[in-house]
Ligand binder design. Sequence first.
Ligand code: GLY
Length: 366
Amino acid sequence: MGRPVRAGGAARCVECGAMDAQERFSRRGFVQVGATAGLAVAAGKAGEASSRLPFGPPPGPIAISSANGLRATTKAVELMAAGRDTLEAAVEGVVIVEEDPNDMSVGYGGLPNEEGVVELDASVMHGPTMRAGAVAALQNIKTPSRVAKLVMERTDHVLLVGPGALRFAKAYGFKEENLLTDAAREAWLRWKTRLSKEDDWLDDDETRADFKRPTGTISCIALNAKGEVSGCTTTSGLAFKIPGRVGDSPIIGAGLYVDGEVGGCGSTGRGEAVLQSCGSRTVVENMKDGMTPEDAVLDVLKRICEQTKTTRLLSSPGRPNFDVNFYALRVDGRFAGGRIYSGGSFAVNDGTGSKLVPEVYLYERP
Ligand code: GLY
């Protein structure tokens, strides 16, 4: 597939004509904003001009998330419908996945670092106040998203890391627990025993089938009927990482960004690529400049492809051998999820139940 073309604000694959998620997913009452729409300035009282973007309010609460977030979007919409704040909605949505030992990309049960220790990263951002909080390389606490929210609410800082983040969490009553489940420990052991034929860790079988290190994360953006938006991204990071490695998830502007007047964006996938592109912030800035969410996401994915020049990160046609996902939700309720290669989906709940929706993409998966 070649580069997507846009028709009426929607992206289609040049080669296969695949529709983007927005066309496929029946939306209620979108306010369509053309690509040329930009910042409008509405004057308030004398000397008190306030900037307002030309987006109407959404028809009701909406939450979007990565594909592992169907339960998160359900919870987030339930909470917003009950009048709870958008950040609480996003965080309590992802907490369901953080506490689930069967999701090996997040929280309890997440895959550990190369020493077999689970280290978690998370960030939150609250659109109405433009405040943010984050933790990185946090050990022994199941719900880093709740700790990140407390960093935002109870400190003058944005990011706490490692032992400092743990001490802060314990000060607020979080219990230390062993986060390494048997399934995660066994996956780590399989990886470790296959690292080299020259060490003393023997393989448990004869085959050395291709072993791809998993990445996984959950990001959730929540928008209420008043047009207030917040987001949260949380992860156990790259499986078997060097201890102390921090990806995009806890970095405001990379794995998450929210502008209360525009919308929010979160990411999953190869964190290093999102860090180097300031990905989520760039998506939100694109929307602020008038791009639709799908165009905003595809633009940043294209930039990531263009700036990937390291040979070991390229597949044969000179394209990245990794993927990155962005999930963007504009304050009028328009949304998109997108990735480099076809085949992905993301979770959406617009008040009619959570469902998976196809992501827009740049290239057909080879
Ligand atoms: N995107 C999650 C990570 O790379 O840590």
